[in-house]
Design a protein around this ligand. Structure first.
Ligand code: G
Ligand code: G
Ligand code: MN
Ligand code: NA
Length: 261
């Protein structure tokens, strides 16, 4: 409860910030999109009583934000902030897409579809530029309602991605229930690529599945050149990971693009 109260205060005090992790076309190495990742810039008391600033990762607070329902206003802030930033980059002639992560609780909240429509309208970001990422958990809690909401979002023109694909229960069944534009291969597959024959075969199968369905495939968690090469040779279209680029502040993305923007 302590953490939840602090989260509420943090939202009021504007202590949240976004990092962006580039997604690249594995063929051309061009950055095609960025994934917005929320962080909490928190001032804490160090051992010696001095104030120290820490950048907290979602794993330290997203669970509490979901339980308290604070994920709804926090998620709305993330959407608005990220859409506004990417709209600016696009205005500078940089043809880039944006991915935003969603929690089940957000999707099922009242007015969520309107919230997304408002964020697009205010920023002027075209709907097709925005990809909303959901993990397979979304289709477990209240699948009927979740599919209904996500389909309404897709009718707005936004893209849908299944995050952490392959780790959920019945991944393939979910592709039947929900029409998606992208699947993001879970990093646990990429990690064992080449070293584990079964994992390599499964990864290749997911890539082909995407090709056959006409769905974009993004491999996540690429850390080593061999993994990148393997994915390229399988025909995996897009990738993300520390080897390619780490999550970074907006200024970092701007520097990375440099003259390209
Ligand atoms: O890079 P990282 O530690 O930031 O992300 C960890 C997890 O937190 C990922 O599963 C990611 O989907 C999730 N996450 C990051 N940003 C957001 C956000 O804005 N909203 C939600 N709901 N989840 C997020
Ligand atoms: O679940 P989701 O895919 O949204 O999670 C994104 C998370 O993955 C972020 O926390 C991000 O920092 C992390 N991440 C991104 N690339 C890599 C990578 O190459 N290796 C590892 N270990 N984590 C990564
Ligand atoms: Mn994600
Ligand atoms: Na996720």
């Amino acid at each position: 409860l302590e953490l939840q109260a602090r989260l509420r205060q943090a939202l009021a005090d504007r202590e949240f910030t976004l990092e962006y992790q580039p997604v690249v076309d594995l063929e051309s190495s061009q950055v095609t999109a960025v994934e917005a990742l929320v962080r909490w810039r928190r001032t804490e008391e160090g051992d010696d009583g001095e104030a120290v600033e820490r950048l907290l990762l979602p794993e330290e607070f997203i669970g509490a934000a979901e339980e308290s329902g604070l994920i709804v206003p926090l998620g709305e802030w993330v959407l608005r902030e990220a859409c506004a930033k990417v709209a600016l980059w696009r205005a500078a002639e940089w043809d880039i897409g944006l991915s935003v992560n969603l929690s089940v609780r957000q999707i099922l909240s009242s007015r969520f579809v309107e919230t997304v429509a408002d964020a697009l309208e205010e920023s002027g970001l075209p709907a097709r530029v925005l990809t909303l990422e959901v993990d397979e958990e979304v289709l477990l809690e209240d699948p009927g309602e979740a599919v209904e909401r996500l389909s309404a979002l897709r009718r707005l023109g936004v893209r849908l991605a299944i995050d952490d694909f392959g780790m959920g229960y019945a991944s393939l069944a979910h592709l039947r229930e929900l029409r998606v534009d992208e699947i993001k291969i879970d990093p646990s597959f990429v990690r064992d690529l080449g070293a584990d024959g079964t994992v390599t075969l499964l990864t290749h199968t997911i890539v082909r599945l995407g090709q056959d369905l006409g769905v974009q495939v993004v491999a996540e968690g690429i850390e080593r050149p061999e993994q990148l090469e393997k994915l390229r040779s399988m025909g995996c279209g897009h990738g993300q990971g520390f080897l390619v680029a780490r999550p970074m502040a907006a200024e970092g993305v701007e520097a990375l693009v440099g003259g390209g923007a």
